[in-house]
Design a protein around this ligand. Structure first.
Ligand SMILES: NC(=O)c1ccc[n+]([C@@H]2O[C@H](COP(=O)([O-])OP(=O)(O)OC[C@H]3O[C@@H](n4cnc5c(N)ncnc54)[C@H](OP(=O)(O)O)[C@@H]3O)[C@@H](O)[C@H]2O)c1
Length: 159
């Protein structure tokens, strides 16, 4: 199964050109816990922001370029094929925007942090509400003057 883990602002924004614009320690902790088990898949644009692989284990990087990656990262030339070939495992798809957009149709679950503010992002999560239903939502949390909730969405149709 493949799940997407994303934090987005009120307009679905994921990042500005400078990266993720908010600092929310509770969300960071949630992200680390949620990705603790299973494979980790990220796009090349997200990979460049990592110095080392998450959780000290192999992380998979969707990229069509053939140049070598930093130690601990393994190249995935076709993300959709990788997801289909690992259907028996849990894949944590951690983005970014382009990888989310290109693999949304393969997602079995969306684990979303919904931030109630506008951070003037330039990169966005793809539209998803039509194909998915909300199954859980946490109580609102307030941190650094920002309110957010954790949500889980599942596709209308099983994949
Ligand atoms: N708020 C959040 O939850 C969140 C989560 C993750 C990332 N981010 C932020 O988002 C930004 C990065 O997003 P981004 O859209 O620029 O980049 P990205 O999605 O991380 O990476 C895009 C690159 O991934 C590769 N790629 C994408 N889809 C592919 C597929 N189906 N098969 C093979 N390769 C594929 C391509 O690499 P090549 O060009 O090398 O072929 C593409 O250029 C960063 O600032 C990061 O901090 C935010």
């Amino acid at each position: 199964m493949m799940r997407m883990i994303a934090a987005m602002d009120a307009r679905g924004g994921l990042a500005t050109d400078a990266g993720i614009p908010w600092t929310l320690p509770t969300d960071q902790k949630f992200f680390v816990e949620t990705t603790r088990s299973g494979l980790i898949l990220m796009g090349f644009g997200t990979y460049v922001e990592f110095r080392s692989p998450m959780h000290g284990r192999t992380n998979y990087v969707a990229t069509r370029r053939t140049s070598s990656l930093k130690s601990g990262f393994v190249r995935v030339p076709d993300a959709a094929e990788f997801i289909c070939n690992h259907a028996d495992e849990t894949i944590n798809n951690i983005g970014g925007a382009e990888l989310f957009r290109s693999t949304l149709s393969l997602a079995d679950e969306l684990v979303l942090t919904r931030i109630d503010a506008d951070f003037h992002c330039t990169k966005f999560f793809p539209p998803f509400e039509q194909g998915f239903r909300l199954v859980t939502e946490s109580h609102p949390i307030e941190e650094n003057g920002v309110r957010f909730t954790f949500q889980t969405w599942r596709p209308h149709r099983a994949r």
